[in-house]
Design a protein around this ligand. Sequence first.
Ligand SMILES: NC(=O)c1ccc[n+]([C@@H]2O[C@H](COP(=O)([O-])OP(=O)(O)OC[C@H]3O[C@@H](n4cnc5c(N)ncnc54)[C@H](O)[C@@H]3O)[C@@H](O)[C@H]2O)c1
Length: 261
Amino acid sequence: MKDFDGKVALVTGTTGIGLATARRLAAGGAAIVACGIDRAANAALKWELESSAAGALVIDADVSVPDQVRDAVATGVERFGGLDIIVNSAAVHPYGTATSTDFETWNKAMSVNVGSIYLTTHFGIPEMVRRGGGAIVNVASVQGFACQQNVAAYATTKGAIHTLTRALALDHARSGIRVNSVSPGSIRTPILEKAARGDNGSDADVEAAYKRFGEAHPIGRIGEPEEVAELIAFLCSSKAGFCTGADYKIDGGLTAGIGVK
Ligand SMILES: NC(=O)c1ccc[n+]([C@@H]2O[C@H](COP(=O)([O-])OP(=O)(O)OC[C@H]3O[C@@H](n4cnc5c(N)ncnc54)[C@H](O)[C@@H]3O)[C@@H](O)[C@H]2O)c1
């Protein structure tokens, strides 16, 4: 018996950590409902997971749009019979200060990074209640604790995710629903590649940048999406039955010290 046999998992974001998590949960026996805005990544994931044991549905959806999230949840429930797990990984990562960020960009960060969690839980929790409980993991960031410069909107959304995680955990604990967040340091995914290339998408040496980012982490390297997926899978599993309302850092020691190399 695998750890997610008989479970149905909704995952937002179909690249990077979302992709690694969808793969890990599918390998654990879960049926996957994956939603993302990147159509090429969606098509690749669909092809990859179609033949997975429990099946997979990959939906082209903007997770900041209420109707699209409502429909994705409903389609997943109709296809697989219910919903047990939600992993919220979709996000945008705008750069800028409060003065250089325009209001549209600010609102987009709020509605994709935080609003999507409101939407998946708004539509998904009633389905979990029907199953007698479930587990939710929100992907936050170390930037929700201590942020860099020039990421005002992004860091604000990550702090909000920590707070929303606690609120959801308290409100739904007695329904058997556990809600936690994970806060990664630098992880090898498309978002980090964008950071490596800079605002103008330069053809910078990405591996050299990853090495530099890795050196800022006491453990001496950046993390891999599969390492984050493993922590998420643990928090989604019955082994984490007493874990709720908490954040779990996965940052190679980044936030443990001050200026430690
Ligand atoms: N990679 C890192 O270093 C790092 C560090 C800390 C936190 N995180 C967080 O991890 C999570 C996953 O990011 P990642 O690193 O895998 O990068 P990523 O860019 O691969 O993943 C983000 C995903 O969100 C999707 N997305 C963006 N807007 C969307 C929308 N409106 N609707 C649906 N999907 C949308 C993108 O298409 C992409 O697939 C994010 O929440 C990110 O903030 C990443």
